[in-house]
Design a protein. Structure first.
Length: 106
């Protein structure tokens, strides 16, 4: 399946728009990650523990979105948008949405 943030696909014709698809995940970072992230905030640098949690949440949201698109019979998702939000301290939400389409190569 082709997944892109653009609204067109070079070399492909969009034959049918099947609808909006989305995937959401809410994931918590544990107390130890919070503690080490706060140390990183004080001394500077990147928080690899939070980065890993964000990557995991993004993967889950993208997989859910792709599953919905496959259920629609799509072979591509265009116009992908990813949103990241903090729901409360230690709880992260990632939402992925886009438009499921059927395409043919030109």
């Amino acid at each position: 399946m082709i997944i892109t943030t653009t609204n067109t696909l070079d070399g492909y014709q969009i034959d049918q728009y099947l609808g909006i698809v989305s995937g959401e995940t809410i994931i918590g970072a544990n107390v130890f990650k919070d503690f080490f992230a706060s140390i990183t905030d004080i001394v500077g640098g990147r928080s690899s523990s939070y980065e890993q949690v964000l990557r995991e949440a993004k993967s889950i949201a993208m997989a859910e979105m792709e599953g919905q698109a496959k259920a629609f019979g799509a072979n591509a998702i265009i116009g992908i948008d990813l949103d990241y939000e903090t729901i409360r301290e230690g709880m992260l939400m990632v939402t992925a949405c886009g438009t499921a389409v059927k395409t043919t190569k030109i």
